[in-house]
Structure formats: C-alpha cells, structure tokens
Design a protein around this ligand. Structure first.
Ligand SMILES: Nc1ncnc2c1ncn2[C@@H]1O[C@H](COP(=O)(O)OP(=O)(O)OP(=O)(O)O)[C@@H](O)[C@H]1O
Ligand SMILES: [Mg+2]
Length: 357
C-alpha cells in the first residue's frame, strides 16, 4: 500500500487565520484530518469592516499555533507532511504575506514542495471535499468579494461567463445588514431575519435583469435599500426588508443561472451537466433551495460544499494543494503574493456604472 499524500493548507487572505491537513483514501476520496479556522470578527467588529493592518497583526499572532493545532488535531507527525499549500492571492497583501511567508518557511525547513494557491480556486474545488466531482462543471462563485459564473474545464482552466459589474453578493448582504443595524458581519443574519418577514412588502430593483447575459449588478439594489432603511421604524419592517432583499437576490440568481446554463452548454457541450455553487453565500439555505429546484428542472446535478466549508477555510486550500501535488505542480519560494488574481486571466475587466453590456 503506497503512502497517501498529506497536505498542509494555510489560509490568511482576509480575516480568517486557518490551517488544515487533508489526505485521501485508497479510492482517491479526499479526507479532512483537521480543519482549524480562527475568525477575527471580534477584532473588526467596532469598525464595521475588516481593517487590513489589524487583520495582518492578528494573523501574525496566531499563525504558528493555528498550524500547530492543525497538525496535532490531524494525528500526523510534522515530518509526514508531503507538501505545503498556502493562499497567495487574491486578498489583502499584508494578510496574504503572513500565510504565504509562513508556508514557504515551513516548506524550506521540512524540505517539502511548496504550492501557491489561488483562494478562489480553493472555493471552486471546495465541494470536492464532500462530493465526487469531475471536470468540466459550471461554477457559481458567490462570496464576499466575487460573484461570477465560470466554466471550469480542468484544474486551473477557467472561462468566465459572467461577473458582477459592481458589488459582490456577499458585500450586498453585508451592506444591507449594516443598514438594518446588524453587527458586522451581518450577511448570515439577513437569512435569519428574512424568515420572520414578508418578502413581498418591498419592491426592489433588479439591475441589468433583462440585459448583459449572465453578468450581475447589485449597486442599484443597495441604493434602494439605503433609501428605504431610513424610514424603517419597527422590527417587522426590518424583517420585511431583509426578506424582500433576499427574495430579490434569489430572483436575480434564478434568471441569471438559467442564462449561464445555456452559455455553458454552448461552450462546453458537457456529457454530464454539473452545477457547483461555492463561496460564503453558498451557505444560504434559501439560495441553495432555489438553485437545487432549478437544477432539477434543467437536468443539472447541483453540487454544494459542506456548510462550514463555504466560508474561508484552509481545507479548500489543501484540496487545491492535493490536486496540484498529484500533478507535481510545485512553486518556487520566490512566488509573490498577488492582491488581484482572477481565475480567468483573459477575461475583460468589467467595472462600474455605464458599462455597455
Ligand atoms: N447564510 C448566508 N447568507 C448570505 N450571505 C452569507 C451567508 N453566510 C455567509 N455569507 C456571506 O459570505 C461572505 C463571506 O464569504 P467568503 O468568506 O467566501 O468571502 P471572502 O473570502 O471575504 O471573499 P472572496 O472569497 O471573494 O475573496 C460574506 O459577505 C458573508 O456575509
Ligand atoms: Mg473567500
């Protein structure tokens, strides 16, 4: 029986310090041996958003014991680790530098390969930790900084079909929460409040709903929430606005996903139609339910990460590391941190109002 690879993943791109060890079974099924995530919510709460300098300091304070805990929890010995995979981008440069430097130093001291990982590729591969998933597939990446439809042909081979031209969906959830007076990070709270509200009470705009293919836009929706939130006086109005916002997001995603299905099939002509939804917002159960039902209607197989693997974690970084390790795709120790690192490097930069779609 040959030794199965043990991969250490490290993630510090934003406000989570995380480390994980994964391996795989004899049948090639990934196995999470440990998954340690330390959130900095309390560090940033009073500022209503992530403060880069404080985030970096917090990563520096915690990175060594988080990695130590991941190794201890896994039951593995340090010298059994076969490769170290660290997030190299995209993210806040001061934060990325911490996990990247730590991973490189670890790799040099153990004399084991180093693998630089794109954080978004981590999200893209995150469902492989709990589901069998072969290429190609259509990916909807909905996170705090990104909202994109991508055709995933293979590891590292992405074609963007649509993207947001302004805010990301996670950002829209967080900003709506802030306007409703919910403490940072409020996105997940919107889902809870929406359960108590009437989703038909407020008629909210759906920017570029009838144009722009499967591109997305949420800035106009945010402005509408800003105006309405000024007149909100009761808790019930608050619940109703949360519910109306979430319903609007769901209607936008329903329509845009149908368009993405058509574009994906035209581009790839897949034998099996697979639809992966990943990123922090993929934890939202109402969004999951709607996309599940749409997949049943359109003969797609819906594939989601485990709920606690939707947000930032290092198991998904180790997952990319595992695939790259098997292909011997290693990186030099001078690999730079990349604040901007799109999955589809050839995609045009689409940004802002006035973009002609
Ligand atoms: N249940 C939920 N409903 C809606 N949004 C949610 C839910 N849970 C988490 N989110 C949102 O997910 C986002 C965090 O996701 P994630 O950690 O993947 O983003 P990020 O790492 O900050 O951004 P990126 O991955 O694009 O760099 C936040 O905006 C958060 O509000
Ligand atoms: Mg993320």
């Amino acid at each position: 029986m040959s030794k199965k690879p043990l991969i250490l993943g490290i993630e510090t791109s934003c406000d989570e310090t995380a480390a994980s060890i994964i391996t795989e079974s004899e049948q090639g099924k990934p196995i999470i041996l440990s998954n340690v995530v330390s959130s900095q919510v309390n560090v940033h709460k009073e500022f209503g958003g992530v403060v880069p300098e404080l985030a970096a300091r917090s990563h520096i304070e915690k990175i060594d014991w988080i990695v130590q805990k991941a190794i201890n929890d896994s039951g593995a010995k340090i010298n059994e680790i076969d490769a170290i995979a660290s997030t190299a981008g995209p993210g806040l440069i001061v934060c990325l530098s911490v996990g990247l430097s730590f991973g490189k130093a670890f790799s040099a001291s153990l004399n084991k390969p180093f693998i630089a990982v794109n954080h978004l590729e981590g999200h893209a591969l995150s469902p492989k930790l709990n589901s069998k998933l072969d290429y190609p597939y259509l990916l909807l990446l909905i996170s705090g900084g990104h909202s994109q439809y991508l055709s995933v042909k293979n590891l590292g081979k992405y074609k963007r079909l649509g993207t947001t031209i302004d805010d990301a969906i996670g950002e829209a959830f967080d900003k709506t929460a802030k306007l409703l007076g919910i403490e940072f990070p409020g996105g997940p709270q919107i889902e809870i409040l929406a359960k108590k509200g009437d989703s038909n009470r407020y008629n909210l705009p759906k920017p570029i709903f009838n144009k722009g293919g499967c591109n997305l836009s949420f800035a106009g929706l945010k402005t509408a929430i800003l105006k309405i939130s000024k007149d909100i006086k009761t808790d019930q109005e608050k619940f109703d606005l949360a519910a109306s916002f979430q319903k609007t997001i769901i209607e936008i995603l329903y329509k845009k996903t149908k368009i993405a299905f058509v574009e994906f099939e035209k581009l790839v002509k897949p034998k099996e139609k697979k639809f992966v939804v990943a990123g922090g917002v993929a934890a939202n159960k109402e969004i999951r339910n709607m996309l599940n039902n749409l997949c049943i209607k359109e003969s797609y197989e819906p594939i989601f990460p485990l709920i606690d693997i939707c947000g930032d974690n290092a198991a998904m970084i180790a997952m990319v590391g595992l695939e790259k390790f098997k292909l011997k795709q290693f990186n030099n120790l001078n690999y730079p941190a990349k604040p901007r690192w799109p999955l589809d490097q050839d995609a045009k930069f689409l940004k802002g109002a006035g973009v002609k779609l």
